[in-house]
Design a protein around this ligand. Structure first.
Ligand code: PAF
Length: 308
Protein backbone atom coordinates (compact mmCIF):
# COMPACT_ATOMS: atom_id res chain seq x y z
CA UNK A 1 0.00 0.00 0.00
CA UNK A 2 1.27 3.47 -0.87
CA UNK A 3 0.61 6.51 1.16
CA UNK A 4 1.56 9.48 -0.88
CA UNK A 5 2.39 11.99 1.80
CA UNK A 6 3.98 14.35 -0.67
CA UNK A 7 5.47 13.91 -4.07
CA UNK A 8 8.96 14.89 -5.12
CA UNK A 9 10.83 14.96 -8.34
CA UNK A 10 12.37 11.49 -8.56
CA UNK A 11 15.60 12.97 -9.91
CA UNK A 12 16.32 14.58 -6.56
CA UNK A 13 16.26 11.05 -5.17
CA UNK A 14 18.72 9.87 -7.79
CA UNK A 15 21.01 12.81 -7.10
CA UNK A 16 20.91 12.23 -3.38
CA UNK A 17 21.90 8.58 -3.24
CA UNK A 18 23.08 8.13 -6.79
CA UNK A 19 22.07 4.54 -7.13
CA UNK A 20 19.16 4.02 -4.79
CA UNK A 21 16.01 3.01 -6.66
CA UNK A 22 13.90 0.70 -4.49
CA UNK A 23 10.89 -0.75 -6.21
CA UNK A 24 8.41 1.39 -4.36
CA UNK A 25 9.74 4.38 -6.24
CA UNK A 26 8.57 2.70 -9.41
CA UNK A 27 5.69 5.14 -9.67
CA UNK A 28 8.40 7.73 -10.29
CA UNK A 29 7.54 9.61 -7.16
CA UNK A 30 9.50 9.75 -3.98
CA UNK A 31 7.16 9.07 -1.07
CA UNK A 32 7.33 7.82 2.43
CA UNK A 33 5.66 4.46 2.47
CA UNK A 34 3.37 3.28 5.27
CA UNK A 35 3.43 -0.45 5.97
CA UNK A 36 1.44 -2.36 8.56
CA UNK A 37 2.43 -6.01 8.06
CA UNK A 38 5.82 -7.53 8.64
CA UNK A 39 5.38 -9.79 5.61
CA UNK A 40 5.13 -6.75 3.33
CA UNK A 41 8.02 -5.02 5.08
CA UNK A 42 10.25 -8.11 4.87
CA UNK A 43 9.50 -8.51 1.16
CA UNK A 44 10.67 -4.95 0.45
CA UNK A 45 13.68 -5.19 2.74
CA UNK A 46 14.86 -8.45 1.23
CA UNK A 47 15.03 -6.74 -2.19
CA UNK A 48 16.97 -3.86 -0.67
CA UNK A 49 19.36 -6.22 1.10
CA UNK A 50 19.93 -8.45 -1.90
CA UNK A 51 20.90 -5.31 -3.84
CA UNK A 52 23.59 -4.74 -1.17
CA UNK A 53 21.93 -1.57 0.14
CA UNK A 54 22.14 -0.37 3.72
CA UNK A 55 19.17 -0.02 6.04
CA UNK A 56 19.01 2.48 8.89
CA UNK A 57 16.45 1.81 11.59
CA UNK A 58 14.83 4.20 14.05
CA UNK A 59 12.46 2.44 16.46
CA UNK A 60 9.92 4.80 18.05
CA UNK A 61 6.65 4.82 19.90
CA UNK A 62 5.34 7.62 17.70
CA UNK A 63 4.30 11.08 18.91
CA UNK A 64 7.30 12.16 16.87
CA UNK A 65 9.03 15.47 17.49
CA UNK A 66 12.07 17.25 16.07
CA UNK A 67 14.33 15.08 18.24
CA UNK A 68 13.07 11.94 16.49
CA UNK A 69 13.26 13.72 13.17
CA UNK A 70 16.95 14.49 13.70
CA UNK A 71 17.60 10.76 14.23
CA UNK A 72 15.55 9.86 11.17
CA UNK A 73 17.22 12.48 8.96
CA UNK A 74 20.62 11.21 10.07
CA UNK A 75 19.63 7.60 9.40
CA UNK A 76 18.25 8.65 6.02
CA UNK A 77 21.52 10.37 5.08
CA UNK A 78 23.75 7.55 6.28
CA UNK A 79 21.80 4.71 4.66
CA UNK A 80 20.11 3.83 1.40
CA UNK A 81 16.81 3.30 3.19
CA UNK A 82 15.48 4.30 6.60
CA UNK A 83 12.81 2.30 8.42
CA UNK A 84 10.96 4.08 11.20
CA UNK A 85 8.82 1.84 13.39
CA UNK A 86 5.92 3.24 15.37
CA UNK A 87 4.66 0.88 18.05
CA UNK A 88 3.51 1.85 21.53
CA UNK A 89 4.91 -1.11 23.38
CA UNK A 90 2.66 -2.16 26.27
CA UNK A 91 5.38 -4.46 27.66
CA UNK A 92 7.61 -1.54 28.67
CA UNK A 93 4.97 0.40 30.62
CA UNK A 94 4.89 -0.51 34.28
CA UNK A 95 2.09 2.01 34.81
CA UNK A 96 -1.26 1.45 33.05
CA UNK A 97 -2.26 5.11 33.20
CA UNK A 98 1.02 6.12 31.57
CA UNK A 99 0.33 3.64 28.72
CA UNK A 100 -3.24 4.89 28.28
CA UNK A 101 -2.11 8.53 28.22
CA UNK A 102 0.83 8.00 25.87
CA UNK A 103 0.13 10.27 22.86
CA UNK A 104 -0.86 8.53 19.61
CA UNK A 105 -0.55 10.93 16.68
CA UNK A 106 -0.02 8.92 13.49
CA UNK A 107 -1.26 11.60 11.07
CA UNK A 108 1.02 14.24 12.56
CA UNK A 109 3.89 11.71 12.61
CA UNK A 110 3.51 11.06 8.87
CA UNK A 111 3.29 14.77 8.21
CA UNK A 112 6.58 15.32 10.06
CA UNK A 113 8.25 12.63 7.95
CA UNK A 114 6.96 13.77 4.58
CA UNK A 115 10.33 15.22 3.55
CA UNK A 116 12.15 11.92 4.13
CA UNK A 117 12.72 10.67 0.61
CA UNK A 118 14.01 7.20 1.29
CA UNK A 119 11.79 6.11 4.16
CA UNK A 120 9.37 3.43 5.25
CA UNK A 121 7.13 3.88 8.27
CA UNK A 122 6.31 0.53 9.81
CA UNK A 123 3.22 0.55 12.06
CA UNK A 124 2.64 -3.04 13.17
CA UNK A 125 -0.03 -4.40 15.50
CA UNK A 126 0.80 -6.29 18.70
CA UNK A 127 0.47 -9.85 17.25
CA UNK A 128 3.02 -8.95 14.53
CA UNK A 129 5.52 -7.86 17.16
CA UNK A 130 4.71 -10.52 19.73
CA UNK A 131 3.85 -13.68 17.74
CA UNK A 132 2.88 -16.77 19.72
CA UNK A 133 5.85 -18.67 18.30
CA UNK A 134 9.00 -16.83 19.24
CA UNK A 135 12.73 -17.44 19.51
CA UNK A 136 13.11 -14.69 22.12
CA UNK A 137 14.86 -15.69 25.34
CA UNK A 138 15.18 -13.02 28.04
CA UNK A 139 18.56 -12.52 29.70
CA UNK A 140 19.84 -10.91 32.87
CA UNK A 141 20.75 -7.28 32.35
CA UNK A 142 22.70 -7.22 35.61
CA UNK A 143 23.16 -3.81 37.17
CA UNK A 144 21.77 -2.04 34.09
CA UNK A 145 18.32 -3.07 35.24
CA UNK A 146 18.85 -2.38 38.94
CA UNK A 147 19.71 1.31 38.98
CA UNK A 148 17.84 4.50 38.09
CA UNK A 149 15.08 3.68 35.56
CA UNK A 150 15.45 -0.03 36.29
CA UNK A 151 14.89 0.52 40.01
CA UNK A 152 11.88 2.82 39.57
CA UNK A 153 10.23 1.12 36.60
CA UNK A 154 10.40 -2.62 37.31
CA UNK A 155 10.12 -4.67 34.13
CA UNK A 156 10.55 -1.63 31.89
CA UNK A 157 13.85 -2.70 30.34
CA UNK A 158 12.69 -6.31 29.93
CA UNK A 159 9.91 -4.85 27.78
CA UNK A 160 12.35 -2.63 25.85
CA UNK A 161 14.74 -5.53 25.23
CA UNK A 162 11.91 -7.78 24.05
CA UNK A 163 10.43 -5.31 21.58
CA UNK A 164 13.78 -4.09 20.21
CA UNK A 165 14.98 -7.70 19.84
CA UNK A 166 11.83 -8.58 17.86
CA UNK A 167 12.07 -5.41 15.76
CA UNK A 168 15.76 -6.07 15.01
CA UNK A 169 14.80 -9.59 13.86
CA UNK A 170 12.16 -8.20 11.51
CA UNK A 171 14.12 -5.25 10.09
CA UNK A 172 17.68 -6.64 10.27
CA UNK A 173 19.10 -3.13 9.87
CA UNK A 174 22.69 -2.18 9.14
CA UNK A 175 22.57 0.59 11.76
CA UNK A 176 20.05 1.45 14.47
CA UNK A 177 19.71 4.95 15.91
CA UNK A 178 18.82 5.84 19.50
CA UNK A 179 18.67 9.14 21.36
CA UNK A 180 21.02 9.80 24.25
CA UNK A 181 18.17 11.30 26.25
CA UNK A 182 17.36 7.69 27.17
CA UNK A 183 20.91 7.15 28.31
CA UNK A 184 20.24 3.98 30.27
CA UNK A 185 18.13 2.54 27.46
CA UNK A 186 21.07 3.04 25.13
CA UNK A 187 23.34 1.08 27.50
CA UNK A 188 20.71 -1.69 27.67
CA UNK A 189 20.35 -1.80 23.87
CA UNK A 190 24.12 -2.02 23.40
CA UNK A 191 24.26 -4.89 25.87
CA UNK A 192 21.37 -6.77 24.26
CA UNK A 193 22.78 -6.20 20.78
CA UNK A 194 26.01 -7.88 21.88
CA UNK A 195 24.22 -10.56 23.88
CA UNK A 196 22.07 -11.72 20.96
CA UNK A 197 24.92 -11.27 18.47
CA UNK A 198 23.09 -8.90 16.12
CA UNK A 199 25.50 -7.54 13.48
CA UNK A 200 23.97 -4.09 13.92
CA UNK A 201 25.86 -0.86 14.54
CA UNK A 202 24.21 1.09 17.37
CA UNK A 203 24.40 4.83 16.81
CA UNK A 204 23.90 7.21 19.73
CA UNK A 205 22.46 10.61 18.82
CA UNK A 206 22.65 13.75 20.92
CA UNK A 207 19.62 15.01 22.80
CA UNK A 208 17.78 17.77 20.99
CA UNK A 209 16.56 20.63 23.19
CA UNK A 210 14.05 23.42 22.87
CA UNK A 211 15.63 26.89 22.92
CA UNK A 212 14.70 26.98 26.60
CA UNK A 213 16.88 23.92 27.26
CA UNK A 214 13.95 21.52 27.78
CA UNK A 215 14.89 18.14 26.30
CA UNK A 216 12.54 17.19 23.47
CA UNK A 217 10.26 14.34 24.45
CA UNK A 218 6.92 12.94 23.33
CA UNK A 219 5.78 13.42 26.92
CA UNK A 220 6.20 17.21 26.62
CA UNK A 221 2.91 17.18 24.66
CA UNK A 222 1.19 16.48 27.96
CA UNK A 223 2.74 19.49 29.75
CA UNK A 224 0.83 22.75 30.24
CA UNK A 225 2.63 26.01 29.42
CA UNK A 226 3.30 26.49 33.16
CA UNK A 227 4.62 22.93 33.49
CA UNK A 228 6.97 23.51 30.53
CA UNK A 229 8.45 26.39 32.52
CA UNK A 230 8.59 24.32 35.70
CA UNK A 231 10.34 21.51 33.81
CA UNK A 232 13.29 23.78 33.00
CA UNK A 233 14.66 23.12 36.47
CA UNK A 234 15.83 19.75 35.11
CA UNK A 235 18.21 21.34 32.62
CA UNK A 236 19.23 24.03 35.12
CA UNK A 237 20.06 21.36 37.70
CA UNK A 238 22.16 19.45 35.17
CA UNK A 239 24.07 22.62 34.39
CA UNK A 240 24.48 23.28 38.11
CA UNK A 241 26.07 19.84 38.43
CA UNK A 242 28.41 20.51 35.53
CA UNK A 243 29.38 23.94 36.90
CA UNK A 244 30.15 22.61 40.41
CA UNK A 245 31.82 19.39 39.37
CA UNK A 246 35.30 20.61 40.23
CA UNK A 247 34.24 21.90 43.66
CA UNK A 248 32.66 18.82 45.28
CA UNK A 249 33.01 15.04 45.19
CA UNK A 250 30.08 13.27 43.45
CA UNK A 251 28.17 12.26 46.60
CA UNK A 252 28.20 15.82 47.99
CA UNK A 253 27.33 17.33 44.64
CA UNK A 254 24.33 14.99 44.37
CA UNK A 255 22.98 16.36 47.68
CA UNK A 256 23.50 19.95 46.57
CA UNK A 257 21.91 19.28 43.18
CA UNK A 258 18.87 17.71 44.85
CA UNK A 259 18.50 20.78 47.08
CA UNK A 260 18.75 22.94 43.96
CA UNK A 261 16.15 20.93 42.04
CA UNK A 262 13.80 20.95 45.01
CA UNK A 263 13.60 24.74 44.91
CA UNK A 264 11.36 24.15 41.85
CA UNK A 265 7.96 22.50 41.48
CA UNK A 266 9.04 19.04 40.32
CA UNK A 267 8.78 15.88 42.36
CA UNK A 268 12.17 14.17 42.18
CA UNK A 269 12.41 10.43 41.66
CA UNK A 270 16.19 10.11 41.42
CA UNK A 271 19.28 12.13 40.67
CA UNK A 272 22.42 10.03 40.24
CA UNK A 273 25.92 10.51 38.93
CA UNK A 274 27.10 7.27 37.33
CA UNK A 275 29.88 5.84 35.20
CA UNK A 276 28.94 6.16 31.51
CA UNK A 277 29.56 2.50 30.81
CA UNK A 278 28.83 0.48 33.93
CA UNK A 279 26.12 2.90 35.21
CA UNK A 280 27.52 2.33 38.70
CA UNK A 281 27.57 5.28 41.09
CA UNK A 282 30.94 7.00 41.01
CA UNK A 283 32.97 7.98 44.08
CA UNK A 284 35.34 10.33 42.29
CA UNK A 285 35.71 12.13 38.99
CA UNK A 286 38.35 9.78 37.54
CA UNK A 287 36.15 8.19 34.88
CA UNK A 288 33.71 9.71 32.35
CA UNK A 289 30.35 10.01 34.04
CA UNK A 290 26.82 11.23 33.45
CA UNK A 291 24.26 12.87 35.70
CA UNK A 292 20.79 11.36 35.19
CA UNK A 293 17.55 12.72 36.61
CA UNK A 294 13.94 11.54 36.66
CA UNK A 295 11.22 13.73 38.10
CA UNK A 296 7.48 14.25 37.88
CA UNK A 297 6.24 17.51 36.48
CA UNK A 298 2.61 17.35 37.55
CA UNK A 299 1.54 13.89 36.33
CA UNK A 300 4.19 13.67 33.63
CA UNK A 301 7.38 11.76 34.32
CA UNK A 302 10.39 13.38 32.67
CA UNK A 303 13.99 12.23 32.38
CA UNK A 304 17.11 14.06 31.31
CA UNK A 305 20.88 13.67 31.60
CA UNK A 306 24.16 15.41 30.93
CA UNK A 307 27.61 13.99 30.30
CA UNK A 308 30.04 15.48 32.79
O1 PAF B 1 12.72 4.95 23.12
C1 PAF B 1 11.62 4.51 22.74
O2 PAF B 1 10.80 5.21 22.15
C2 PAF B 1 11.26 3.06 23.03
O3 PAF B 1 11.75 2.67 24.26
C3 PAF B 1 11.68 2.10 21.93
C4 PAF B 1 13.20 2.04 21.79
C5 PAF B 1 11.05 2.51 20.63
C6 PAF B 1 11.20 0.68 22.25
O4 PAF B 1 9.81 0.64 22.35
Amino acid sequence: MFVRVQSYNIYSTYTKSNSFVPYYYANRMSTIQLIHTKEELKAILSEIKSAGKSIGFVPTMGALHEGHKALIVRASRENDLVVVSIFVNPAQFNNKEDLALYPRTLDADLELLKTIENGIVFVPDAPAIYPEKTSFKPFDLGILDKVMEGKHRPGHFDGVVHVVHNLFEIVEPTKAYFGQKDFQQLAVIRKMNTHYGFPIEIIACETLREESGLAMSSRNMRLSEQEKKDALILWETLQFVKDYRSKYPPNELIKKAIEYLETGNLHLEYLDIVDVESLEMVENWNSPCVCCIAAYCGKVRLIDNLLL
